[in-house]
Design a protein around this ligand. Structure first.
Ligand code: NAD
Ligand code: DAU
Length: 356
């Protein structure tokens, strides 16, 4: 890897968690779009981090990768100093609710302590430079569960249910406190369930696609009546770009795709699309109702009218088109899915990065 003159870049922006699902999609979108910026992908490469997602940009002159655990303050400090960062878009997190129920400790460490470390270093950069911005990427799960009606708004009360959502809620409060106390320029986005390419197959949509293609049971939790509000990851990335550049300091923005659907209906849709594309089936016969997730939130739904009115953002994908395109992507990238499960992607780092 060649040395770079960081001064030639207009901005030096760290994207934490850039090897994960949303982070990869964001880098694939931002790196070619903003060649006047330098992007530094800070990622620890947990089971969910996958550098091979970034093959098309890994040699771009405005992209760098730093293998760092955000829990490691000293390593982060060196990175902030090395690149003279003037922005962070913070996505690194333990992100799976079921894992947080089985083992919450990692969630506290990464999502709370890791965010705190970044904020401390951001505070220092804020004292040194005028235009440092911290963009915190969070979730609608901080608001807890909705009843039959209503939507989450920016001022909805926090009421998290799982160790994951409680850890994200804590990090949101820390970010807000650094704005109020130290004047740090922050923006926070709370978004609903994302779907699209490169999502680790522990999450509902890629898990169901993988199992349905392999004629394995499709485990639906509880009665399957839980509702999620789905957002295509590319629509999310466009929103993140807008908020990072034009969001009001100290403000939170809710981002959602206006696609509420019950889990059971979604699983049936996936089966129908797969039957249509691949033949065979009906794959619906594979649906198996299993024990419910403890503390399972019944319904999420986002009101995205604030970001629409303030920043002119609207989702572009219809759910039917987005889901079909996503299913085709996973069919065409079957090996990607299997390699996730086998942990093969950690070897990609060893082969391509560790000697740079
Ligand atoms: P993901 O699990 O796919 O990726 C997380 C990334 O963070 C991985 O690359 C992992 O290696 C990295 N990481 C984890 N711990 C780390 C640590 N200690 N130090 C450095 N890197 C670390 O997650 P995702 O689905 O892409 O979510 C990204 C962010 O968006 C998270 O903050 C999540 O809370 C938030 N979010 C996700 C969704 C969703 O539907 N996926 C919805 C709302 C909000
Ligand atoms: O709402 C935003 C959140 O969406 C993000 O903050 C999280 O990082 C992300 O993981 C996601 O959380 P969910 O718990 O909603 O996603 P998951 O894909 O795990 O589950 C979606 C729904 O499907 C949920 O109601 C549980 C159910 N489910 C999930 C799995 C994995 C099943 O019925 N069966 C399954 O096997």
């Amino acid at each position: 890897m060649t040395n770079i003159d960081i001064n030639k870049f207009q901005r030096k922006i760290a994207i934490t968690g850039g090897a994960g699902f949303i982070g990869s999609n964001l880098l694939l979108y931002m790196v070619p779009k903003y060649n006047q910026y330098l992007f530094i992908n800070i990622d620890r490469l947990t089971y969910a981090g996958n550098l091979s997602n970034l093959k098309t940009i890994e040699n771009s002159p405005n992209y760098r990768f730093e293998k760092i655990d955000i829990g490691d303050f000293n390593a982060l400090k060196l990175c902030f100093e090395k690149y003279h960062l003037d922005g962070v878009i913070h996505l690194a997190a333990e992100s799976h609710v079921d894992r947080s129920i089985i083992g919450p400790a990692e969630f506290i460490q990464t999502n709370i302590v890791g965010t705190f470390n970044l904020l401390e270093l951001a505070r220092k950069r804020h004292e040194e430079t005028d235009n440092f911005r911290f963009h915190h990427v969070s979730t609608d799960e901080v608001f807890g569960s909705l009843g039959e009606s209503g939507h989450f708004k920016e001022n909805s009360p926090y009421n998290p249910s799982s160790p994951y959502s409680a850890s994200k809620a804590s990090s949101d409060h820390l970010v807000n406190a650094y704005h109020k106390t130290y004047g740090l320029d922050v923006v926070t986005t709370n978004c609903s369930n994302n779907y699209g390419p490169y999502q680790f197959p522990e999450k509902l949509i890629p898990l169901m696609i993988r199992n349905a293609c392999a004629a394995l049971p499709l485990p639906v939790y509880g009665d399957g009546g839980h509702i999620r509000d789905w957002l295509h990851v590319e629509d999310h990335c466009r929103a993140l770009d807008l908020v990072f550049h034009a969001g009001k300091t100290g403000q939170t923005y809710n981002i959602g795709g206006h696609n509420e659907i019950r889990n059971i209906e979604l699983v049936k849709m996936i089966c129908g699309i797969l039957d249509d594309i691949l033949g065979g089936g009906p794959r619906e016969n594979l649906i198996t109702f299993v024990k419910d997730r403890p503390g399972h939130d019944r319904r999420y739904a986002i009101s995205a009218s604030y970001i629409a009115n303030e920043l002119g953002w609207q989702p572009q994908y219809s759910f039917n088109d987005g889901l079909r395109k996503t299913i085709i992507w996973y069919i065409e990238n079957k090996k990607w899915l299997e390699n996730c499960i086998n942990g093969e992607y950690l070897k990609y780092y060893a082969m391509n990065y560790s000697n740079r």
